[in-house]
Design a protein around this ligand. Structure first.
Ligand code: SF4
Ligand code: SF4
Length: 224
């Protein structure tokens, strides 16, 4: 009886081995779904959810659509968005009426003080990606679609500070890599992806622009 039991046990072991080999062989001939990073990279990142980033205005890609309503910072459950409003320029002094102007003249002390312009552009827009859960609340609630998920698959670093992103600087850098506003680039954050997008344009945007570079870049921008 024990001999029969031993044989049955060995057959069961062999059968599990055969089943395992069948699965391995079947998958061995399936199309490859992974890539050999870093020699290869995926080209379809439309569904990838990277850290959030700002969206530029259609006519001025270096300036965000953001109207500083602060909704994203308010709804963020991790409180990882910090925004400051841009300072408004000082109001222009009241224009002096020409001597021949008609109508009642208002003495200068009774004239209404000039109104300061309301600026709806962020002065700074920072993301602490260390605490972001990628929940998407900020992207969903932005009333002007000024936020989106980036396709920055290369976000890696050795310290927490490397994940504190200056999103305004990132937007300017993106615009510069696309051929716009090169002189405004100044951020070390999140640059790997942009460098990979176009290394030459990235070098032009990042490095101190020489006269020759600026001319070359300007021509490229027009061509694009
Ligand atoms: S994705 Fe969520 S956690 Fe991250 S910044 Fe937006 S609201 Fe905050
Ligand atoms: S990114 Fe959108 S939600 Fe956030 S402050 Fe700007 S306009 Fe408001």
């Amino acid at each position: 009886m024990s001999v029969v039991y031993d044989i049955a046990k060995k057959v069961a072991s062999m059968w599990s081995l055969i089943v395992g080999l069948r699965v391995t062989t079947k998958n061995f001939f399936q199309p490859q779904v992974t890539v050999h990073y870093p020699r290869q990279s995926v080209d379809n990142l439309s569904t990838f959810r990277g850290h959030i980033e700002l969206v530029g205005q259609p006519k001025d890609p270096a300036t965000p659509r953001c109207i500083t309503c602060m909704l994203c910072a308010t709804v963020c459950p991790s409180q990882c968005i910090s925004i400051t409003k841009a300072k408004a320029p000082p109001p222009e002094p009241a224009k002096k009426l020409p001597d021949h102007a008609e109508g009642p003249l208002v003495p200068p002390e009774k004239a209404e003080p000039p109104k300061a312009k309301v600026i709806k552009t962020p002065g700074s827009f920072e993301l602490n990606f260390n605490t972001c859960s990628l929940c998407g609340m900020c992207v969903q609630n932005c009333p002007v679609s000024s936020l989106r998920f980036s396709t920055d698959v290369y976000a890696a670093g050795f310290s927490r500070q490397e994940f504190e992103y200056d999103l305004m600087a990132r937007l300017r850098l993106q615009a510069a890599v696309l051929g716009v506003a090169a002189s405004q680039v100044n951020s070390p954050a999140c640059e790997d992806t942009l460098e990979r997008v176009d290394p030459e344009k990235y070098r032009l945007a990042k490095g101190p622009l020489t006269q020759a570079d600026a001319v070359t870049k300007g021509k490229r921008g027009q061509a694009a």
